[in-house]
Design a protein around this ligand. Structure first.
Ligand code: NI
Length: 194
């Protein structure tokens, strides 16, 4: 196995985070360069304890993202998500309802805020081998997918925060919101199953 390279993560204000990421052709996806890049993207996400990482967050504006949640210290209340790599993904809401998700982002240092997300959505696209993906995502997991797919359209969670009084540092989240949100997270998982 080749050594992976940890990539630099763009921070809010970098123009690449606001770029519409470009689709990846099936031929390009098969290339060694893109496959190595995907390995590096996954390694960088894991190293930074991210729940997901989009390619434009590491200065490559391509429609590729990785998502994984397993005992994440940044998000202890999040249900687990097996490693999922999505290429050219599209998300379609399957409900008109939304729930308030407390989000953070590796590209937005030390800030969290409440973002309305659909608790049930369909995600289509390709996996890293170019095979079609067609999955339903639910609850908090659906929120995680919507956050990552937003990155590919140049959108950050801060754009979607409606109640700006919900903005807080990670310390303030732990002190004032985590217990409540963990309880609400359990209810969301009970109702929506994810
Ligand atoms: Ni993010």
């Amino acid at each position: 196995m080749c050594a992976v390279t940890l990539l630099k993560i763009a921070q809010i204000g970098e123009p690449v985070l606001r770029q519409l990421a470009a689709p990846v052709s099936p031929e390009a996806l098969k290339s060694e360069a893109i496959q190595t890049f995907i390995d590096d993207l996954i390694a960088t996400m894991r190293d930074a304890n991210g729940a997901g990482l989009a390619a434009n967050q590491v200065f490559r504006p391509l429609r590729i993202c990785a998502i994984e949640v397993s005992d994440n210290p940044r998000y202890p209340y999040k249900p687990k998500i097996p490693l999922t790599v999505l290429v050219n993904p599209v998300v379609t809401p399957l409900t008109g309802m939304t729930f308030d998700n407390y989000e953070g982002c590796l590209s937005v240092p030390n800030l969290r805020g409440l973002v309305p997300r659909y608790p049930h959505a369909r995600v289509t696209g390709l996996d890293r081998e170019g095979q079609p993906v067609d999955m339903e995502v639910k609850g908090l997991t659906a929120g995680t997918f919507q956050h990552e797919l937003d990155h590919l359209d140049g959108r950050l969670f801060v754009d979607r925060v409606i109640d700006r009084a919900s903005f807080c540092t990670w310390d303030a989240f732990a002190r004032y919101h985590q217990a409540d949100f963990a309880e609400r997270a359990r209810e969301i998982v009970d109702v929506w199953g994810g």
